[in-house]
Design a binder for this molecule. Sequence first.
Ligand code: AMP
Ligand code: MG
Length: 289
Amino acid sequence: MNYSKQFCVKPGSEVDLGKVDAGFTDKHESHEHALPEIETYTQKLHDLQYLMYAEDKRSLLICLQGRDAAGKDGTINHVLGAMNPQGCAVTGFKVPSKEEAAHDFLWRYHQHTPAKGQVAIFNRSHYEDVLVVRVHDLVPKAVWSRRYAQINDFEKTLVDNGTHILKFYLHIDPHEQLARFRQRIDDPARHWKISDGDYAERPFWDAYTEAFEDALSKTSTEHAPWFVIPSNHKWFRNLAISRIVAETLESLGMKFPEPTVDIDQIKQKYHAIVEQEGGGDAQPVKEHK
Ligand code: AMP
Ligand code: MG
């Protein structure tokens, strides 16, 4: 089965995260075993993003959500590593500034949605406004409970304008989160990642589970689906997300734009220069598929 189907939250279904195995690795028994497949999808991602950039007709928005230490940064590193930085942008969303908080909750996100030909990755997203905000009662229930429908409408607007949206929930279990907190303590190069906030949020594990389940159930739509990614194994998380992004881009049937010049005429001009000046013996380049 393709991963876009396997890990997708079916629109209208109720998500129970307790039933999802965070340690799932499909048919792969180890990272080494999965390496050829990881390489295949990394290459595909590279080629497809190049095509999206060249085509300049549509865009892709990737939203990453997950608990602290779920691997949002690591995913960005991997997925973006496969792409040309010229066609990509990453935006991280923290506690809203005074100016952001003075606007409607979607205002700060809309400004960072991708232009045609571009990929945008959101490290946290408009979903924080029904997650941390709900768990900590930062606005009344009457306000956050309206936001699911507002988010669906917002995303529909983007989709109607040629943006494809993929939303990933990085699913780790409490044991794995603690192991990652431990790694951060043991490795001085990770000390900078430790925040009091991580420890402050852990006692709210169950409240977050409920908030995530509600968000996943209410906002996975045909036009902007959610995927629950088993993320205890970083390499499997990377593989699954790369594969879903590649499968989605592949399904769009993108094409290189027609050249804006007459190629035969250009060839003649080129050969005329070579005849006059010599040279022109460059190696043939690898063709993009
Ligand atoms: P990090 O991603 O680890 O740098 O942390 C960013 C922090 O900002 C997290 O604790 C988020 O929960 C918090 N945050 C992000 N968006 C919002 C929001 N809309 N309202 C309140 N807190 C937020
Ligand atoms: Mg953090």
